[in-house]
Design a protein around this ligand. Structure first.
Ligand code: HEM
Length: 196
């Protein structure tokens, strides 16, 4: 979530598109009630923001597997019993897999058929929740939590980054910013009351 806010803050075009989508949902009544599943389904752009944040700052960096039989993958011989680490982070940053991988571009992920044809990422190249038989069991819950957080954060608050230092904390299990990316939150309601 920290990374998501950082990426959104640094990309004003993304922020504006996201805000437009989220204000529409707020107008439909989200302010005074819980967000419904229907409302979450009306957030295609926010879903892409979540996905792109997870691509750029992969929480789980690699997926461990054991080879059940001898096999050859792209010319590499793999023996039965070997431990294999699928390097999700490198795949997420490989320019042959994701065009301009350093750019925060939520639109690279297609949702509709036409978008799929024009996609800037190859299929099966998003591994934040793993893939196959051991895919993350909590992925829909995690995505829903991130969408709810994003909606409430964007529509209720303005924020100011206090320390935008981009250095990464060394020897951390997950890719973390050294500063923790502190922000000062200003409630939009309070800001409005003060100017009245
Ligand atoms: C952004 C949040 C999360 C991320 C990035 C994430 C990522 C992952 C990844 C990469 C795996 C391994 C998949 C594989 O080996 O192919 C995994 C497994 C798993 N995750 Fe998550 N996860 C998240 C949140 C959650 C939540 C909220 C829950 C539960 C409520 C959860 C429950 C599980 C379980 C039970 C497994 C093991 C599945 C198995 O081995 O069969 N995860 N997760």
């Amino acid at each position: 979530m920290t990374w998501m806010i950082k990426f959104v803050d640094e990309n004003r075009q993304v922020f504006n598109t996201l805000m437009k989508e989220q204000l529409k949902i707020e107008k439909n009544g989200s302010r005074n009630s819980y967000l419904t599943l229907e409302a979450l389904n009306e957030m295609p752009y926010a879903s892409k923001v979540v996905k792109e944040a997870l691509r750029k700052a992969s929480v789980v960096q690699w997926l461990p597997r054991v080879a059940l039989e001898d096999c050859v993958i792209e010319g590499f011989k793999i023996k039965k019993g070997w431990n294999i680490n699928i390097d999700a982070r490198s795949i997420h940053h490989d320019p042959t897999v994701h065009k301009d991988p350093d750019v925060f571009n939520p639109s690279r992920f297609p949702i509709k058929m036409l978008e799929k044809l024009q996609a800037e990422s190859k299929p099966y190249s998003f591994l934040a929740f793993g893939m196959g038989g051991r895919t993350c069991l909590g992925k829909n819950m995690a995505k829903a939590m991130m969408l709810v957080f994003l909606h409430r954060f964007i529509t209720n608050y303005k924020w100011k980054v206090i320390d935008s230092d981009s250095s990464i904390q060394k020897r951390a299990l997950f890719t973390k910013l050294k500063s923790g990316y502190p922000v000062r939150l200003i409630s939009k309601k309070d800001a409005k009351n003060k100017t009245m």
